[in-house]
Design a protein around this ligand. Structure first.
Ligand code: ADP
Ligand code: MG
Length: 346
């Protein structure tokens, strides 16, 4: 039998704001544990969240960059669960009404262009961090990261190979840096992907049962994890087994994925609108203000380079793959008497 793999991604993008999403504590990376954990971050009783306008502007920037509907009225909800790094007992997120609706991102794999549909993107706060290395037989809690603004970007299950998933993740990684909403630092956790993988007989239009690989923060690991997971699911099915919906972790040392929890033990988050926060209303004027500060986007720049510098599509696409490269190219052409093709080749 021939199999087809189906992949959808959920990406957590850390927004480049100076302060947290619901309070004035700093978001700078690398400070001594709990030195950026104010009353709101550690969830003292009676504190109230105040929404960071900058985080909303980042979300609008992203929405505009993927040609999405901006939610004119979105709602913050409490996602309830217990974990030591979440002292409130809930994470503030968005559920039914997200700030960014349906949009699209175009990827290139080899010679083939493909559109990946974005389901939604919503604002939420990050949790703290459990620290296992520093204490013998104990776990420490660092709440510096608690309340850091995140944009979670969800795709439709549109990808059909590890290569497509990685191409999408790379494109998104470049885009969020290009529009200046994320520093893109994957080692520091500024860009993390959850990858949902299922397989089905080729030709079928029914989705198979998916397993979700959590928290991949390297493109190489993403590629390896999807390839391993795909092989494992196909072998399981061919051996007469069934796939159980589950959350799995990728172990870079063994190159394998391992189940973390199954859906039977899945959380029931009991989402409900956060009574401490008003609905977020975004006006046309708000959107226009953000639009007027948007940089030229990679696709537009690529088209312009093709006409302005008479470059082949291939050259223009390579040069506009990152903003740093594009800026460097323009400066180099200028310094080199307008010899665009020569600079492009170089
Ligand atoms: P949840 O919020 O419980 O993780 P969603 O239905 O919102 O579930 O889906 C999350 C992600 O999983 C989306 O990116 C979606 O495209 C993807 N997805 C859903 N079903 C499948 C499937 N059968 N195979 C692969 N990916 C899937
Ligand atoms: Mg999920």
């Amino acid at each position: 039998m021939q199999w087809e793999v189906v992949i959808g991604l959920e990406t957590h993008v850390q927004l480049q704001t100076n302060t947290k999403i619901f309070c004035g504590a700093s978001t700078a990376f690398g400070a001594e544990p709990n030195t950026q954990a104010d009353a709101v971050s550690i969830a003292l009783p009676g504190v109230l969240p105040v929404l960071n306008k900058e985080a909303v502007q980042c979300a609008i920037r992203f929405g505009l960059s993927i040609d999405a509907e901006i939610g004119r009225r979105s709602v913050f909800a409490r996602k309830n669960y217990f974990y030591p790094d979440l002292p409130k007992g809930y994470q503030i997120s968005q559920f039914e009404l997200p700030v960014v609706g349906k949009g699209r991102i175009t990827i290139q794999v080899g010679d083939v262009e493909k559109t990946i549909n974005i389901t939604r993107a919503h604002l939420e706060e990050d949790a703290g961090k459990s620290v296992h290395e520093d204490f013998h037989g104990m776990t420490g809690i660092d709440l510096n990261r608690a309340g850091t603004p995140l944009l979670e970007i969800v795709t439709e299950p549109d990808m059909r190979s590890a290569a497509e998933a990685v191409a999408y993740a790379k494109k998104l990684h470049e885009l969020v840096q290009w529009i200046g909403i994320c520093d893109g630092n994957m080692q520091e956790g500024s860009f993390r992907c959850d990858v949902n993988v299922s397989v089905r007989p080729k030709g079928s239009d029914k989705l198979g049962t998916r397993r979700e690989i959590k928290n991949l923060n390297s493109f190489r690991f993403m590629q390896q994890a999807i390839e391993y997971e795909t092989r494992w699911q196909i072998e399981t099915l061919e051996d007469g087994g069934k796939i159980q919906q589950a959350t799995v972790l990728f172990d870079p040392d063994t190159g394998e994925t391992r189940a973390m929890r199954s859906k039977e033990e899945a959380n029931d988050y009991r989402y409900f609108p956060d009574p401490d926060l008003l609905p977020l209303v975004i006006s046309e004027a708000d959107i226009d203000r953000v639009r007027s500060t948007m940089p030229e986007l990679p696709e537009a720049m690529q088209a312009r380079f093709q006409t302005e510098y008479a470059l082949p599509a291939y050259d223009a696409s390579i040069i506009t793959a990152s903003r740093g490269m594009a800026d460097y190219f323009v400066a180099a052409v200028q310094a080199f008497g307008g010899e665009a093709k020569l600079v492009a080749n170089w």
